[in-house]
Design a protein around this ligand. Structure first.
Ligand code: CP3
Length: 363
């Protein structure tokens, strides 16, 4: 894929991150060592995070460029991981667009008004098109600044930009808050297909523009997080959600950066997730990587999938588990080591650091 559409100073265009282990593995090459990073590596498991976050809310810290960059860098410094994940949240593009949403500590995103009718969707703020200088484009400026500051400090370590997948975002907006089975969202898809379609069209644009802003400001790869897609059947996913994910990922396809598509609990969706505009797939901890690779015909570099619960296991059991992930991951055309979902808040940073060392020595 050509990188011609990237700004000349972008770290992939200058070559600074082009040969990094992360980018190489995501492009299906075999770097000198297996790259590793962790979903939710920035955050509550780090004492230095708790310290800098004192006195600010989650969303305030996402919109403070210097603070967001500092938090992005913290796990890279401490663990020596092969990528920074941009410190932000899946609801940040909605917040800056003007949607009334907050992140309640210990709960997650909470919306003032759940979206259920066509009138609700029509009341959503306009998003415009990339670089149009409209309200949303301007509101994304703190995000671009935070990315630029992160990338400057990361040097040859690539930054991964991210967005929530259109389904997961839409499900939050319909439910109004985290829910166990996403029933209101799954009902709306079939009860009011036109309302669902309009909402997913909006969340796809929000996610796509959020990704594009991060890439143009310096991110060397992106990941789309579909945290809740695992609650869908394959048929429902393909009919009602995959198109939105595809639109969000294709919003950066011309820029030539690797596009990782991750969903939790979604071994049954790997094939359609691959078809939805991804260049690499994130696999949760329930599906062994060799099996996942076979399920997609060996066509995608894979990312994953250490069981987060194993971080609390005795050292020898964890070491065997990590080795098993490395062995099975070798079957894919490229392998980025990660957890098979987010870092637990109580993870011991010293244990995490030993996992990174093991991957770098043996991967
Ligand atoms: O470390 C990283 O990976 C970088 C930043 C990041 C955050 N959220 C920071 C955050 C990323 C990539 C996310 C993605 C995200 N946010 C997802 C998709 C990933 C997944 O886990 O499936 C989802 C579903 C959300 C929504 C959300 N935001 C939840 C469920 C929560 C947890 C609420 C809680 O307190 O238990 C948040 C808040 C959040 N996002 C925190 C962080 C560090 C915790 C807030 C805090 O420390 O005060």
């Amino acid at each position: 894929m050509s990188l011609d559409a990237l700004p000349a100073h972008h770290p992939l265009a200058t070559g600074e991150t082009a040969e990094s282990p992360l980018v190489a593995a995501l492009e299906g090459r075999r770097p000198a060592h297996r790259p590793v990073w962790f979903m939710r590596q920035a955050g509550r498991s780090l004492p230095e995070y708790l310290k800098v976050r004192e006195g600010t809310t989650m969303l305030e810290s996402c919109l403070d460029p210097a603070l967001a960059a500092e938090i992005t860098l913290q796990p890279v410094r401490r663990y020596g991981v092969d990528a920074g994940i941009f410190f932000s949240d899946i609801v940040v593009p909605l917040k800056v667009a003007g949607v009334a949403v907050d992140i309640a500590p210990g709960v997650g995103p909470v919306f003032e008004r759940p979206m259920r009718s066509m009138a609700d969707i029509e009341s959503l703020p306009a998003l415009g098109v990339p670089g149009d200088g409209g309200a949303f484009d301007v509101a994304l400026e703190p995000i671009r600044q935070a990315v630029r500051l992160s990338v400057e400090q990361l040097g040859s370590t690539p930054l991964i930009g991210f967005a929530g997948a259109p389904f997961t975002l839409a499900a939050y907006m319909v439910e109004g808050r985290p829910s166990r089975d996403h029933m209101a969202a799954r009902e709306l898809m079939w009860a009011a297909p036109d309302v669902w379609e309009a909402l997913v069209a909006w969340t796809s644009r929000a996610a796509g523009l959020f990704l594009r802003a991060q890439v143009l400001a310096g991110a060397s790869a992106v990941q789309l997080f579909d945290s809740w897609a695992g609650s869908l059947s394959e048929v429902t996913y393909v009919e009602k959600c995959a198109g939105g994910s595809r639109a969000a990922l294709m919003a950066v396809a011309d820029l030539g950066v690797p596009r990782i598509h991750f969903a939790a609990n979604a071994g049954h969706l790997l094939d359609p997730m691959g078809a939805a505009g991804a260049t690499a797939l994130g696999v949760d901890y329930r599906t062994p990587l060799d099996q996942a690779s076979r399920a997609v015909g060996g066509r995608f570099p894979l990312q994953g999938n250490i069981d987060p619960a194993m971080l609390g296991a005795p050292a020898d059991a964890l070491e065997r588990h990590v080795q098993d992930v490395l062995d099975r991951g070798s079957e894919a055309p490229g392998h980025v080591v990660n957890l098979g979902h987010g870092m637990p808040p109580h993870a011991d940073p010293d244990v995490v650091k030993r996992v990174v060392e093991q991957v770098h020595e043996r991967g």
